[in-house]
Design a protein around this ligand. Structure first.
Ligand code: GDD
Ligand code: MG
Length: 346
């Protein structure tokens, strides 16, 4: 059993965070996002993992290395230009001669991969797709199934009028188990999509195509800035199970500062007297000066938050300089190296 993580998208909906950092390695709780996917694959005994890259591949390869540190063996395959989700799978085909778990590289979940593989094998399926219920399916791939969990219909990004008469809200969770014969459906060297091409083809050719429907597990696509921030709140609120993260002890918090129990600080931060950090995640080497308040927010590494500044429900990129008495609120997202003059309101 092997895995392929599709990690070549440009991450446009996560801009400005993805201008200098490709989406697969944006920090989640101060660790590269893909490590959470690697961890659940590794838990299921899948150690042979190929990363399919296109946008800023060197940064990803350099950060993750051989995978030995995480108990897996990572391989990197870079497309000369983006080939689409299905095309990327075909492009990596030389590495994929067995049953393969395919993961969209922006999915945060605590599901048990071993159970999905077991389901796939019990159905003797050519392809199994994981589904999850969502409130508004229009941003996803909508999937209809029968009572035996056979896939009946796949409709990527359905229009509102198409949703009106539907009774299902289960969408493609971006996790598949595929047998190597699926590769035969994908033309060599062409841009090809799982969602628009391969899945409709599977239905037309009446392949054995099944759905595994999530019920209890956490699932979220972190590919928009709102969702990225919400995923952090979900984690701090205890909604995501099974990932053990240690809190840093190598950070300097003044006795007169407040850091609540939910917040996560990385190493080498300095938190000055009367600063308050509530329900937030603070990256490595961040300086928070006197009386600054950071609440419900994420601050990436090496940023300076000057005295009296107020950061609420916001994401602040790497190496920013937030001046004195600045106010950043209401879902604002600042890219790396942003500098805000004292008293600015965002
Ligand atoms: N290597 C490679 N090459 N990867 C790609 C390419 C490509 O050309 N295009 C997209 N990807 C990767 C992205 O990096 C991402 O990890 C994954 O494929 C899915 O692309 P998104 O751009 O995030 O798609 P989406 O979120 O709009 O929709 C997809 O995910 C939904 C679940 O979150 C679809 O699979 C939907 O059907 C699904 O419901
Ligand atoms: Mg996505």
């Amino acid at each position: 059993m092997q895995a392929l993580i599709l990690a070549g998208g440009k991450g446009t909906r996560l801009r400005p965070l993805t201008v200098y950092t490709p989406k697969p390695i944006v920090p989640f709780l101060n660790r590269p996002f893909l490590l959470y996917q690697i961890e659940i694959l590794q838990r299921a005994g899948i150690e042979d993992i190929t990363l399919s890259l296109s946008y800023q591949p060197d940064k990803i390869e350099h950060l993750l290395g051989s995978g030995a540190e995480y108990g897996v063996n990572l391989r990197f395959v870079t497309e000369p230009s983006p080939m689409g989700t299905g095309g990327a799978y075909k492009f990596a085909a030389n590495n994929l001669r067995e049953t393969t778990i395919v993961f969209n590289g922006d999915i945060l979940t605590d599901l048990d991969i071993a159970k999905i593989v077991e389901f796939h094998q019990s159905k003797k399926a050519d392809a199994t797709i994981v589904l999850t219920p969502v409130e508004n399916p229009s941003a996803y791939g909508l999937v209809e199934t029968d009572s035996e969990n056979k896939v009946l219909r796949f409709r990527e990004k359905p229009k509102p009028e198409e949703l009106a008469d539907l009774t299902t809200n289960t969408i493609n969770a971006g996790i598949y188990v595929l047998e190597p014969n699926i590769l035969e459906l994908i033309p060599e060297g062409e841009n090809y999509s799982f969602e628009y091409n391969v899945f409709p083809d599977l239905l037309e050719k009446q392949k054995s195509f099944y759905a595994y429907i999530l019920k209890e597990n956490y699932w979220r696509d972190i590919g928009t800035t709102e969702s990225y921030l919400q995923a952090h709140h979900d984690f701090l609120g205890g909604k995501i199970k099974g990932f053990e993260l240690e809190k840093s002890r190598k950070t300097e918090i003044a006795t007169a500062a407040v850091v609540d129990r939910k917040s996560f600080l990385d190493d080498d931060c300095i938190i000055k007297p009367n600063a308050r950090i509530l329900n937030s995640v603070i990256g490595k080497g961040v300086l928070v000066e006197e009386k600054a308040i950071i609440e419900n927010s994420i601050v990436w590494s090496h940023t300076r938050i000057s005295s009296g500044a107020e950061i609420k429900n916001a994401v602040i990129g790497r190496s920013c300089h937030i001046g004195r008495n600045v106010s950043v609120t209401d879902g604002a997202v600042l890219g790396d190296k942003t500098s805000l003059t004292d008293y600015t309101k965002v």
